[in-house]
Write a protein that binds this ligand. Structure first.
Ligand code: DGP
Length: 112
């Protein structure tokens, strides 16, 4: 299922892109829940963790690595949260796997 994030990857929809490589794209969330709120996504259209295949492990690893590097770049020395919402019960709205990088304030157990 193609989502808005595929359109961002294809530059059909604008976004504040902060990082890109062959596997991943990262851009600022349009509805930030924290001073820093970046979405790191695989370029491959994986709808959610539920559809992850064994072959996707390196892609997910790269996304987590990129998130850690962006956290450092954004100056989140005091810590941060990396969140994946999965499916309806997980509160996922956009059906393209994404990692929320949140920081810049004290965060609780939930998304923010
Ligand atoms: P989730 O609930 O985990 O599926 O989070 C989806 C996030 O995506 C939500 O925080 C808002 C963000 N978002 C949705 N549409 C757009 C968009 O068009 N551009 C950007 N930058 N972010 C978007």
């Amino acid at each position: 299922m193609t989502s808005i994030f595929k359109k961002i990857i294809d530059r059909e929809v604008p976004a504040d892109i902060v990082y890109e490589d062959d596997l991943c794209l990262a851009f600022r969330d349009i509805q930030p829940k924290a001073p820093v709120h970046i979405l790191v996504i695989p370029k491959k259209e994986i709808p959610s963790l539920q559809e992850l295949s064994e072959d996707d492990q390196s892609i997910v690893g790269r996304c987590v690595w990129v998130a850690s590097q962006l956290a450092a770049q954004e100056g989140l020395v005091n810590g941060y949260k990396l969140v994946v919402n999965c499916g309806e019960d997980g509160g996922q709205e956009v059906p393209h796997l994404h990692f929320h990088l949140l920081g810049g304030k004290k965060l609780s157990l939930g998304l923010v």
